[in-house]
Ligand binder design. Structure first.
Ligand code: PLP
Length: 383
């Protein structure tokens, strides 16, 4: 009985072209990939600097696995917190100019953990309407009242902050919006939060490693001091090319998370070799600004050639360059056509993005060659 109900819902999803399937990658994460038996040029990865498959990062991983094994064995508060995890936390704190940093096993868990540790019943979480699902879920699970403000609209935030005069307030926003590529109005968010005595947390999943001259992320890009942003969060599975996430902040914030963030306490620590690989990747990010320069050149080239090809682009200067189509069926057809022409560009559909804004989420990497970018623009034009 219940099974047939599930099947009905699945069928409905299929009829609306909202059914999701997985393609199988048979090669490493790279610009050229073997997927479902076909050689494709990928334009949908978050591996913005090409570090996921970097020889030095792999070497560090292998060396650490030989020394520390694979599994971490337990949660950080039992005996899973290795010297490598600890070194990585220290390196991340230093790189982001915060007193402390704390590793989480995934970004999703970091966002749930922060919200739950900082606010609860009687408090308010205020979130940008286009925030990543993990921030929304964090707000919902915290038990606080969740209010969503219009996208990048500090005036709307201000009104909503002013409407709440009891309890603590936590404002959460993507720094770079994951499906749109635009950047939060950080200075205005900082000012509003200061004025209304609210916590501000930015999720820099798509800024860390790529924004700012040294890749330090949103704060370097917007010249914001760490004192002005009490909770900084970034993930390690995107530009950093490994896995996991961290939260950086004051001594008191990090100690609070260690005591209270359930997604920190009740989960197995990520493998120590991942931390070693992340340390190696962080070094490359610091020592090779040319990777960011190449990425920025690629973004510029793509925008120029797409515009020449008559493609309507969103207002984004980051590696995330959505082409908003609107209609779900059309978007899926376009993605399939690109696949046939040898390009992997995924169709992003509701509920990942709002109804009527289905899109191709094109992402650029420092590893794309100028030829690949030109070829993609030709294929977009022909599709
Ligand atoms: C990817 C992403 C996350 C989740 O991070 P994972 O480490 O993949 O769980 C959180 N926030 C944003 C904005 C993201 O894009």
């Amino acid at each position: 009985m219940h099974i047939s109900k599930l099947q009905t819902r699945l069928d409905e999803r299929k009829a609306k072209q909202l059914y999701r399937t997985r393609r199988i990658a048979e090669s490493a994460q790279h610009v050229e990939m073997l997927i479902d038996g076909r050689k494709l040029i990928s334009f949908c990865s978050n591996d913005y600097l090409g570090l996921a498959n970097h020889p030095q990062v792999k070497q560090a991983f292998i060396k650490a696995a030989n020394e520390y094994g694979v599994g971490s064995g337990a949660a950080h508060l039992i005996n899973g917190h290795s010297k490598l995890h600890h070194q990585l936390e220290e390196a991340l704190a230093e790189f982001t100019s915060y007193p402390r940093a704390l590793l989480f096993s995934t970004g999703y868990m970091a966002n749930l953990g922060v919200a739950q540790a900082l606010v609860g019943r009687g408090d308010t979480v205020l979130e940008d309407r286009l925030n990543h699902a993990s921030l929304i879920d964090g707000g919902l699970l915290s038990g606080a009242r969740l209010m969503r403000y219009a996208h990048n609209d500090a005036a709307d935030l201000e009104r909503k902050l002013a409407s709440r005069n009891s309890g603590d307030k936590l404002v959460m926003s993507d720094a770079v919006f994951s499906m749109d590529g635009d950047i939060a109005p950080v200075k205005q968010l900082v000012a509003s939060c200061k004025q209304h005595d609210a916590w501000l947390m930015l999720d820099d999943a798509h800024g860390f490693g790529v924004l700012g001259a040294d890749g330090k992320g949103i704060m370097q890009h917007t010249q914001t001091a760490s004192e002005d942003l009490p909770v900084y969060m970034a993930t390690l599975g995107k530009a950093v090319g490994t896995a996991g996430a961290f939260v950086a902040g004051s001594e008191a914030l990090i100690e609070t998370l260690i005591q209270q963030a359930r997604t920190y306490i009740y989960t197995t620590a990520q493998p120590p070799a991942i931390a070693a690989a992340t340390l190696a990747s962080l070094q490359i990010i610091q020592q090779q600004p040319e990777l960011r320069e190449q990425l920025n050149a690629n973004i510029k080239q793509f925008r120029q050639c797409a515009q020449q090809a008559g493609v309507t682009l969103a207002s984004s200067d980051t590696a995330i360059q959505p082409v908003i189509i609107g209609d779900v069926e059309q978007t899926v057809a376009l993605s399939n056509k690109l696949f046939e022409s040898g390009f992997l560009v995924t169709a992003i559909r509701p509920p990942t993005v709002p109804e009527g804004t289905a899109r191709l989420r094109i992402t650029l990497s420092a590893s794309h060659t100028p030829q690949y970018i030109d070829q993609l623009c030709d294929a977009l034009c022909a599709a």
